[in-house]
Structure formats: C-alpha cells, structure tokens
Write a protein of this length. Structure first.
Length: 96
C-alpha cells in the first residue's frame, strides 16, 4: 500500500504545482501526512535531502521499496498441492 501512496504523490505532482512548491519550501511532511504511510515511514520520507523534486522521488522510491521488502510476506502452498497422486503410490503393484 505504501508504494501506491508514493505513486499517488508523484502522479499528483505532475498536475498540481503545489506539490513541488511544498517540496521546495521544505514542507513535504505536511503533504505526505495525508497519504497512507506509517508514522515511521512518514518521518523517514520527511527527512530525505534532495536538490530537486525528481531526486526526492527517486530517493523516496528507494526508501519505500526497502520498507516493502522488509515486510514478511505470507507464503501460501501451491493450489496443485494435494491434487496430484503421490509418486510412491504409482510404483506399487495393485492386485485385484
């Protein structure tokens, strides 16, 4: 969800010059407070130092991507598991 929030911010910056102006004046923290970032991530994104909006967007992407990788993903079994006969049974002789 955090990558989606970052995408929303960058997309808004294309059509809304207030985003880039807020970045230029050092008030990016106010803008990202409305988005779906955790408090820790919001703090990290607010503290990023960049000389341009494009550089900030790249740095923010790296921070968000690293945060998403750190999140443990649930590993689900394959849907085919249990549907196929086990191989050891196929080798047994069957007598009627």
């Amino acid at each position: 969800m955090t990558m989606q929030a970052l995408n929303q911010l960058v997309a808004r910056s294309i059509i809304d010059p207030a985003i880039v102006q807020s970045f230029s004046t050092g008030r990016i923290g106010e803008l990202i407070s409305d988005l779906d970032f955790s408090a820790e991530l919001r703090e990290r994104l607010s503290g990023l130092k960049a000389s341009s909006w494009a550089e900030y967007a790249v740095l923010a992407y790296r921070v968000v991507k690293a945060t998403e990788r750190a999140t443990v993903r649930v590993e689900l079994p394959s849907p085919a598991e249990g549907l196929l006969p086990e191989q050891r049974k196929s080798g047994e002789e069957r007598v009627a």
